[in-house]
Design a protein around this ligand. Structure first.
Ligand code: FPP
Length: 246
C-alpha cells in the first residue's frame, strides 16, 4: 500500500449533470511566472487546457460550455500579451473549423467582436455560420465580453425597439429582456467555475449567474484537469438548489 493517501476520485452521478457549465479561465499569468516563463506561455498552456476540458465536456454530454477568453478590460494588458491571446484564439478557430463537422460542436461568441482584427472577426463569423445547425455541445467563447457592457447594450437595443414601436416598456419581462443579451436562447449557467484562488465574479455573466452555483479552486487554469472538472461537478451535485424557495 502506498504511504501517501491518494485524493479520492470524485463521485459524479452522470444522470444529474448540469446542462450548462461556465468557466473563468484564470491563473495563466501566475502559472507562467511560477515557471519563470513569459505570460504568453501561460496563455498557451491555458489554451491547451481549454481544448482538453472542451473535449471532456463534450464526452460527458454536457449541453453548453461558456468560457471567458477575453474581457472588455483585458485591452489594458501589454500589446504583446493581447496579441498572443488573439493568436491562440485564431489557431483554435482554425482547428475548430477542421473538426467541428465531425464533433457536431456548435460555436457562438458572446461579446462585441468589432474591435478585433478583421480576419479574426471573419473566422468567428465563419465558425458560427458553419456550426449553426449542429446539435452537439455548444461552446460559447466570451470575447471582448463584459457583463455590464452586455446589459447596457441590451438596454439600448430594447429602448430603440420601444422608440421605433416594436416593444412596449410596460410589457417587458425577464424572459424578453434575456432575448436582448448575447446569450439569447442559451439557458443560464448551472455551474460557474473559477480556478486560481480568486473569489470574485469579474464582470462575467452578471445577468445569467442569478441562480448559478459557484465553484472556486486554488488550482491555476493551466493545471485544471478532467479530474478537477469531475470534482467541481461532484460539488455541484452536493448543493441544494432552491431558487429562492424552500
Ligand atoms: C486570465 O488569466 C486569462 C486570460 C485573460 C486569457 C484566457 C485565454 C486563453 C486561455 C487562451 C485562448 C483561449 C481559447 C478559447 C483558445 P490571467 O492572465 O489573468 O492570470 P493571472 O491572474 O495569473 O495573471
Amino acid at each position: 500500500m502506498s504511504l501517501f493517501r491518494r485524493r479520492e476520485a470524485p463521485k459524479v452521478d452522470m444522470s444529474r449533470l448540469p446542462r450548462h457549465v461556465a468557466i473563468i479561465m484564470d491563473g495563466n499569468g501566475r502559472w507562467a511566472k511560477g515557471r519563470g516563463l513569459p505570460r504568453r506561455a501561460g496563455h498557451a498552456a491555458g489554451a491547451e487546457t481549454f481544448r482538453t476540458i472542451a473535449t471532456f465536456v463534450k464526452e460527458l454530454g454536457l449541453e453548453y460550455l461558456t468560457v471567458y477568453a477575453f474581457s472588455t478590460e483585458n485591452w489594458k494588458r501589454p500589446a504583446d500579451e493581447v496579441a498572443a491571446i488573439m493568436k491562440l484564439l485564431e489557431k483554435y478557430l482554425h482547428e475548430a473549423i477542421e473538426t467541428m463537422a465531425r464533433d457536431k460542436v456548435k460555436m457562438a461568441f458572446f461579446g462585441d467582436l468589432s474591435p478585433l482584427a478583421p480576419h479574426l472577426q471573419q473566422l468567428c463569423r465563419q465558425t458560427q455560420e458553419i456550426s449553426k445547425g449542429y446539435d452537439g455541445c455548444q461552446v460559447n467563447i466570451c470575447l471582448n465580453y463584459g457583463g455590464r457592457d452586455e446589459l447596457v447594450r441590451a438596454a439600448k437595443a430594447f429602448a430603440l425597439d420601444c422608440v421605433e414601436g416594436r416593444a412596449d416598456p410596460g410589457h417587458l419581462t425577464q424572459e424578453a429582456f434575456g432575448g436582448y443579451l448575447y446569450s439569447a436562447g442559451v439557458p443560464d449557467p448551472d455551474l460557474i467555475i473559477r480556478p486560481s484562488g480568486e473569489v470574485r465574479v469579474s464582470n462575467f455573466l452578471l445577468w445569467q449567474c442569478a441562480y448559478a452555483e459557484f465553484y472556486f479552486t486554488d488550482v491555476l487554469w493551466p493545471d485544471f484537469s478532467k479530474e478537477e472538472l469531475l470534482r467541481a461537478l461532484a460539488a455541484y451535485q452536493g448543493r441544494s438548489r432552491r431558487y429562492g424557495g424552500v
